[in-house]
Ligand binder design. Structure first.
Ligand code: FAD
Length: 316
């Protein structure tokens, strides 16, 4: 099932959950344990993140080697195993970083053979040793290029001329930033680039996490004014610890309103901290549902407690 089909058929907002693959060398069992509990909430889709390889330099004897290390490989494998085990549709995240267009094409063919119908197409962040994003020399500089490549394959246009090529049938999602992408000089420019991604063939937008309804509302209104008509699914991050109050803004370049910070900081126990955060997120999700959102996307990252509390409180 494609995301846009699910949205069109559903009378209420669809639910999707985002998980990350386990660290290299660790068992998948912990992921299964948290999925066993989350699957009870009947998500329509499970998104699986993709992690770019980071480069480290290793000295062996007198020679220094440049070694690419991917901490969390296995996105496509996790998609296949989760969809097999739980009979749920999975959505792999695909990034431009580190891949030539030829490698991307081969990976898309794998997904097509696996029967995967949705992809979230992203650029990815800069490498750990670089201050700005540097694309592969035969790769895409922006997510819009990746979207175009997938949209072309949906029309049967591969990178080489083939006799009677079979078209793929991917529903393409892209990222949107209610508080603007941190590299963008302003919101208008960021929206212009978002519109270009949609014009290249994206079918829906999934947003970066935000903690105030006003950001989503104003983002959707500006997107509609800019001529973007595709569904915009809000991204919600269930939080459970005060450490996240500083880590999340630093990593994701977003704001957490003071009323949430105050309530979480004044809670006395870990349970009370989680409860305080959940109360605010429930209020925000209720506003989103009243606003008519096409879905709710929860960044669970494989740790389920805060997500379970939020879903229970929402009655989903
Ligand atoms: P783009 O759309 O290419 O935009 C990147 C920047 O370039 C923006 O500032 C944009 O305004 C600008 N820009 C776009 N086009 C142009 C142009 N033609 N000229 C000049 N500037 C332009 N990262 C991962 O590594 N793995 C994941 O699994 C992952 N999942 C994510 C899921 C969601 C829902 C979101 C919101 C983000 C996710 N990310 C993930 C992070 C994402 O890769 C980063 O935020 C990255 O910095 C930007 O990716 P993008 O696809 O938005 O890039």
């Amino acid at each position: 099932m494609q995301v846009i089909e699910a949205i069109a058929k559903s009378e209420k907002p669809i639910l999707s959950l985002e998980i990350t693959p386990p660290n290299k060398g660790t068992s998948i069992d912990e992921l299964y344990r948290s999925m066993d509990e989350l699957i009870a909430f009947n998500p329509s889709f499970i998104n699986v993140t993709y992690h770019q390889a980071q480069v480290v330099y290793e000295e062996r004897g007198e020679i220094i080697y440049r070694v690419p290390k991917r901490k969390k490989p296995g996105t496509v494998g996790i998609c296949a195993s989760i969809s097999n085990r739980y009979s749920v549709h999975t959505i792999p995240h695909f990034i431009c970083g580190g891949f030539s267009q030829y490698e991307t094409e081969d990976a898309l063919i794998d997904l097509h053979y696996l029967g995967i119908k949705n992809i979230l197409a992203l650029r990815g962040d800069a490498h750990n040793r670089e201050s700005t994003f540097i694309p592969h020399r035969n790769g895409h500089s922006f997510a819009s290029g990746l979207v175009k490549q997938i949209a072309n394959m949906n029309k049967g246009m591969y990178l080489e001329n083939l006799d009677e090529p079979v078209p793929t049938n991917f529903c393409i999602g892209v990222a949107g930033y209610p508080e603007k992408h941190f590299e963008s000089p302003n919101r208008e420019k960021d929206l212009e680039h978002l519109k270009f991604k949609v014009d290249q063939g994206a079918h829906y937008i999934m947003t970066q996490m935000f903690f105030d309804f006003k950001y989503y509302k104003s983002f959707v209104e500006s997107a509609r004014e800019a001529g973007i008509t595709v569904p915009i699914i809000p991204g919600i991050k269930p939080i459970a610890s005060t450490r996240q109050l500083t880590a999340i803004p630093r990593i994701f370049h977003i704001n957490i309103p003071n009323r949430i910070v105050k309530d979480m900081e004044s809670a006395r126990t870990p349970e009370a901290v989680c409860k305080a955060a959940t109360k605010h997120l429930v209020e925000m999700c209720e506003k989103l549902i009243d606003f008519g959102v096409p879905g709710l996307h929860l960044y669970t990252m494989g740790r389920g407690r805060a997500t379970r509390e939020l879903l229970k409180a929402l009655g989903l």
